[in-house]
Design a protein around this ligand. Structure first.
Ligand code: UN1
Length: 542
């Protein structure tokens, strides 16, 4: 067995035709590199240049997933009893190593999922911020001392780790989101099995290696690769076998519900961060230029592939025409292309061919919903490309920006999340109608309003049902120390990030220490305070 740190990245015999390296990827179980038990593999492809293969990765079997879970179980007692500030120190080292290698990691991420270099830079920074935040939380994993109702008795609370955590994330935020999950998990003393997203296995492999370089003991984070419902499903199935104490999942609402059911029937904790159809309301008092910029970024940044991307753009009818003119000017001028080769592109390729396929189906759903398409033409090709497309679109999977108007709440496209560059636009008669529309989808992740009327902003903030709200800001842009998550179809109420996520990876342990040398019964042996006989006649007051 080869330990992950005893070797570099292994290049495969044949590199890509363009000379870019192709890596032999491994699972990391108990610090050791391993292939799938049946030797099967899958390939990771650059979605902006489909001929560029990043490497080959194990298609993990049930057996592989179980060895990873067992390794995490074996590593748990020692890691849980490592002092929390020491655990924090390892996490701090991870943040510093990420800073040292930020540029390479950013470039690798951009190559593997097609997000722009600028956005990948922001995301890796979010992973670094998470490490720096939780390094010091390791010195603040406070419990409380609580007064007892009995003399010579002390009460305490402690935060305890849950055990083995199954971590399953999507590839749209392939460094920040797994760090949002695993960093607080290990800070609290848990151990993890991380199922890498199928579309970013090389990045996960590099990040997991870096974590070990930072001093992470073997078995505390185990990485397994897989595709589709394979390895991830084996983790979920293992909940029924008593092998998993926590699942943290970011992905679609149907899969989240399935995981929630498996966890629920076993009374296992689940953190579920699911879809969104995030509304953004524009009111007449808004600064329209800012509103256009916010809506444009929320809709088309990341090619619309954030959970927090704009879904329904809700525009007050009095400023509809003016807003739309400014908005469409921007949409039509959108610069799209591979950011590794062209500067200043707003967005790059889709995350992978799978995301492209799903997006095209969602566009069909919009068309058949009865909405009016005023911009966009599916997949970009040599003969079908917007004016500012950069490069050769046939190299990868690129999509037009799409805009649908005349959307009403009766239509499917008003309610369904579209993961990609498409915005559905709804007209609002007044503020009340706008708020109603913002609340009318089945989701409740992010939300936003542009207004300069303070009372409207207040009414929106108090009337919207969502986990996050932006005032005069876009729907995206969570920071590493604010709670992230949703309500309704967007999740089960757990939160990522900041001090709030600690609730998701620890349980409260209440301890009482009897010092009196005898058995004192709570409630029954409590000293009663005598009430003085009253002189006053309270009846005479009436
Ligand atoms: C996600 O899309 O899963 O708030 C996470 C944001 C990012 C994180 C998005 N910081 O848009």
């Amino acid at each position: 067995m080869t330990h992950v740190l005893s070797t570099g990245f292994e290049t495969m015999e044949a590199n890509n035709p363009n000379g870019s390296p192709k890596i032999r990827g491994y699972n990391i179980i108990n610090g050791n590199l391993s292939l799938a038990s049946d030797g099967k593999t899958f390939v990771s492809t650059n979605p902006a240049i489909l001929s560029d293969e990043l490497g080959e990765f194990p298609l993990s079997t049930k057996e592989d997933v179980h060895s990873a879970l067992n390794a995490a179980r074996d590593a748990f007692p020692k890691w849980a009893s490592t002092p929390a500030p020491t655990r924090g120190q390892v996490i701090g080292n991870m943040g510093r190593l990420l800073m040292d290698h930020k540029e390479e990691i950013v470039r690798l991420q951009a190559r593997e999922i097609g997000k722009t270099l600028k956005e990948c830079g922001g995301e890796v920074q979010e992973a670094i911020d998470t490490c720096l935040f939780f390094q010091s939380e390791g010195r603040r994993l406070y419990g409380q001392t609580v007064n007892s109702e009995l003399p010579d008795k002390e009460l305490f609370t402690y935060r305890r780790p849950l055990g083995v955590c199954g971590i399953i994330n999507a590839c749209n935020f392939p460094s920040a989101v797994p760090f949002w999950k695993m960093i607080p998990a290990i800070m609290c003393g848990n151990t993890c099995v991380w199922k890498s997203p199928q579309d970013s296995p090389l990045l996960s492999f590099a990040l997991a290696r870096l974590m070990h370089e930072a001093g992470l003991p073997n078995g505390v984070i185990n990485l397994i690769h897989g595709k589709g419902s394979g390895a991830g499903q084996h983790i979920v199935d293992a909940v029924d076998m008593g092998m998993v104490d926590k699942i943290s999942f970011t992905g679609s609402t149907p899969v989240g519900k399935m995981i929630g059911e498996a966890c629920g029937r076993n009374l296992v904790s689940a953190s579920l961060e699911l879809g969104g159809k995030n509304p953004l309301v524009i009111m007449p008092s808004a600064n329209l230029e800012n509103a256009v910029e916010g809506a444009y970024w929320a809709g088309f940044g990341t090619a619309g592939q954030r959970c927090t991307s704009l879904g329904n753009l809700i525009i007050h009818e009095d400023i509809y025409d003016e807003f739309m003119q400014l908005f469409m000017e921007k949409v039509k001028s959108t610069k799209i292309g591979n950011s590794m080769h062209y500067d200043g592109v707003l967005y790059g390729s889709m995350l992978s061919e799978k995301y492209a396929k799903d997006f095209l189906e969602a566009i069909e759903m919009c068309d058949s919903s009865g909405a009016t398409k005023i911009w966009g033409n599916g997949r970009i090709s040599k003969d079908n490309k917007p004016e500012n497309f950069q490069g050769d679109p046939s190299e990868g999977v690129f999509m037009w920006p799409h805009v649908y108007v005349d959307v009403t709440e009766e239509m499917d496209c008003f309610h369904e999340e579209i993961f990609g560059p498409a915005v559905t636009i709804v007209k609002a008669r007044d503020f009340e109608h706008g708020l109603h529309l913002a609340n009318a989808s089945p989701y409740g992740l992010s939300s936003a309003i542009y207004t300069n009327d303070r009372l409207e902003a207040y009414r929106y903030k108090t009337g919207i049902k969502a986990g996050m709200t932006g005032i005069n800001n876009s729907t995206t842009g969570a920071e590493a120390h604010l709670p992230f998550g949703g309500v309704k179809g967007s999740g089960n109420g757990t939160r990522e990030s900041g001090i709030w996520v600690i609730e998701a990876y620890s349980y409260w342990h209440a301890v009482n220490d009897e010092l009196s040398g005898k058995l004192q019964l709570a409630q029954m042996d409590v000293h009663e305070v005598e009430i003085e006989e009253a002189e006053a006649d309270y009846n005479s007051l009436a």
